[in-house]
Design a protein. Structure first.
Length: 164
């Protein structure tokens, strides 16, 4: 296995994160919904009270240069039933040509360790129902795909209209 690192994102990494987000959007066939910008990422990740956090996975080439191969973006939520915070993985993406090397698993382990260190009662995420490779991966690492839960969402005009 090549040398591999996972590091918390820095402000100067936002263009790399944006490229990885665009790669994820392309993979999920949701490019038309991706309106993220470097400026929005900087505000979300590096304000005084960040909305979310990110880590970047790096492979070291033979010269020791860091090549970004994946990322995860997460935030903390709260479980009323557990009366504890949880870590919610919003997105995980490994660049296609770097898949199959165990990098996704190592990112997930990094986040699981973060959840434990932060006293979280849960580590949760969503997966698209058509993404069988991801579902298989998550089940292989011990996750339970919750069959009885559905995500509900309001965005754009429906959110604004309902808020009135």
């Amino acid at each position: 296995m090549s040398q591999f690192l996972i590091k918390p994102a820095r402000k100067e990494d936002c263009p790399i994160i944006l490229d990885l987000i665009r790669g994820l959007a392309k993979y999920e066939k949701l490019e038309d919904q991706c309106v993220a910008t470097v400026e929005l990422l900087e505000k979300s990740l590096f304000s005084e009270k960040p909305d979310c956090y990110s880590v970047i996975a790096w492979e070291l080439d033979e010269l020791g240069d860091e090549i970004p191969v994946g990322f995860a973006l997460y935030f903390f939520n709260y479980s009323t039933f557990l009366s504890r915070r949880g870590l919610y993985l919003e997105d995980l993406f490994v660049v296609p040509q770097f898949r199959g090397k165990g990098y996704g698993k190592r990112i997930m382990q990094f986040l699981a360790k973060t959840a434990v260190e932060k006293g979280c009662g849960r580590f949760e995420w969503s997966v698209l129902d058509w993404n069988q490779p991801a579902i298989n991966f998550y089940q292989k690492i011990g996750a339970v795909v919750m069959p009885d839960w559905r995500i509900c969402r309001m965005t754009g005009e429906s959110l604004k209209s309902f808020a009135k």
